[in-house]
Ligand binder design. Structure first.
Ligand code: ADP
Ligand code: MG
Length: 352
């Protein structure tokens, strides 16, 4: 059988990265059950003799040997950054089970960013590499003046916490609708002016440290929360002939989603059940919004208002005055453990 999540004409690019087996898995005698025939396909051979191997199709597949630089280069994130500079709103999500490599792909091995490693360390993930690329794009456009602002928040149990202002964990921030800008925003969220690469890097480091503190207080916190790091890019272009300055406002969100296994855990009770429901809700609503948006033909009502995450991402999911058919403005990096069955997630995203 063959399952295709998204075809080439879609606005949403789905790429998959398969992480290598870790020490523990290898010592248990696990071996790869996946084959890579190219053309964005993965074949899962984890089947009984009577079943045929399953084929899954994505826009891009990263095999376990892929480097962090490969992910920046070939995932389509560079294109999103170019779009943000041109005034569009874009999002890159990491989706997958806990332990599949979401955080590793976004920010590198555990503790790397928090340790204050140089922004040019080869182990850095997509976020730091994107910052470097963003400054390259800016430096290539000396005729424009750029103003960058960054924010970093966490959504835990449908509560929004400012990772740059840890005091907010006691008093979660409100998500409100702005009549003027006709969009959702987070009230009192810290926005840090970033004039240089180090400023962006400092935002990431600060937020990651604060997230680690929160995670310490709550068991398995990070697998239950979503984080959204947002870089806003304002560009002022002066028309020399007329003396008029016009501005564009773009942005890029990097989203580290809660573990996708949370959508399956429905047997829990009490607090965990509430958590599971809330995480469930965000992931389900996100999956539903994406499937509606990516299907140009049956595009009906898109229920952004049904979760905090989709409210916050509404503008970048719907495009910024650009029809989605023309703009690849969201990207899903689906992270896999080698041995994980691929089917369930595919179905979840398709049919939520
Ligand atoms: P998640 O955020 O999805 O729960 P992590 O990013 O924390 O998963 O990854 C789990 C572990 O696997 C971490 O120790 C991480 O460094 C390691 N890991 C994940 N992806 C890779 C990779 N592509 N190469 C090497 N190690 C990886
Ligand atoms: Mg993680």
């Amino acid at each position: 059988s063959s399952t295709t999540l998204n075809s080439d004409e879609d606005n949403i690019n789905v790429v998959v990265r398969v992480r290598p087996l870790n020490e523990k898995e290898r010592s248990c005698g696990d071996r790869s059950l996946l084959e890579y025939p190219g053309k964005g396909q993965v074949i899962c051979t984890n089947t009984t003799p009577s079943q045929k191997a399953k084929v899954f199709s994505y826009n891009v597949v990263f095999e376990p040997e892929a480097t962090q630089e490969d992910v920046l280069e070939y995932s389509g994130v560079k294109r999103l950054l170019e779009m943000a500079v041109e005034g569009f709103s874009c999002t890159a999500f990491c989706y997958g089970q806990t332990g599949s490599g979401k955080t590793h792909t976004l920010t590198g091995p555990p503790g790397l960013v928090e340790s204050g490693a140089s922004p040019y360390s080869p182990e850095h993930g997509l976020v730091v590499r994107s910052f470097v690329y963003l400054f390259r794009l800016i430096n290539e456009r000396p005729e424009s003046n750029f103003i960058l602002k960054a924010s970093f928040l966490e959504i835990y149990n449908e509560k929004v916490i400012d990772l740059l202002n840890p005091g907010s964990s006691r008093k979660p921030l409100q998500v409100r609708w702005s009549k003027e800008s006709r969009g959702f925003y987070v009230e009192n969220l810290f926005m840090v002016d970033c004039e240089q690469l180090d400023d962006l890097f400092a935002v990431l480091e600060e937020g990651m440290r604060n997230r680690a503190v929160g995670a310490h207080a709550m068991n398995a916190h990070s697998s239950r929360s979503h984080t959204v790091l947002c870089v806003r890019v304002r560009r002022d272009i002066r028309e020399h002939a007329s003396g008029v300055t016009c501005s564009t406002h773009g942005k890029i969100n990097f989203v580290d989603l809660a573990g996708s296994e949370m959508t399956k855990r429905t047997h829990s009770t009490g607090k965990t059940l509430e958590e599971a429901n809330n995480i469930n809700r965000s992931l389900m609503v996100l999956g539903y919004c994406i499937s509606q948006l990516s299907d140009g033909k049956k595009r009906g009502h898109i229920p952004y208002r049904d979760s905090k995450l989709t409210k916050l991402l509404a503008d970048s999911l719907a495009g910024n005055g650009v029809t989605l058919m023309d703009a690849r403005d969201a990207l899903i990096l689906s992270l896999k453990r080698e041995v994980e069955a691929l089917q369930a997630e595919n179905e979840h995203l398709r049919s939520a």
